[in-house]
Design a protein around this ligand. Sequence first.
Ligand SMILES: C[S@@+](CC[C@H](N)C(=O)[O-])C[C@H]1O[C@@H](n2cnc3c(N)ncnc32)[C@H](O)[C@@H]1O
Length: 191
Amino acid sequence: MLFNRAEMLNRRARHPKFKADEIIGALNLQKGAVIADIGSGGGYFTMRFAEAVGPEGKVYAVDVNAKLLAYIENYAKENRMTNVETVLVGESGLNLPEQSCSLIFLRNVFHHLNSPERYFKALKRFLKPGGRVIIIDYKKGTALNLIALMRHHVEEAFIQETMKNAGYDLVDRYCFLPQQSFNVFQAVEER
Ligand SMILES: C[S@@+](CC[C@H](N)C(=O)[O-])C[C@H]1O[C@@H](n2cnc3c(N)ncnc32)[C@H](O)[C@@H]1O
């Protein structure tokens, strides 16, 4: 049942309308980079990142859902991907090695966070100097679909305001996703 949820999330993530290739291209990933995919779901982006950073890099797949993480672990093992590590977290935060990540990625996860300002303040210590935080999330649309009904969206201005208050600068913003905002932040003191 939950394995189906992982596959459903991955099917959606790879659907052409969500432009995964363009997202990966915009991130300009380097071999050897260390990435945290927070709210990794079925792991579609975790696996894309793992391929991009190569065996000398690393991807932390972080989620509150142990069954989704088990799916990712299983997939990584079957495909001999040695650079993926799963991290189970509680709702309030996570623990990763200090200053380990050059990129922290959250796609369709920000709207799940209870106290986003506090969350991103705490997240800073896991970023390498100059590291980036990528936040992609659904914008409020006009269509009455499942995203709207379940309120799985967040105003882009709210994301930007929250990150400013948490001590980040907006360093890039992409507009090629039809349903989602795509913002790139760096910690103020790290630049
Ligand atoms: C809509 S799914 C997005 C999955 C994936 N990022 C993608 O783009 O396909 C949201 C994911 O965030 C996870 N999640 C929710 N709250 C979280 C939290 N506080 N920390 C980490 N993961 C969380 C959920 O378990 C779920 O896997």
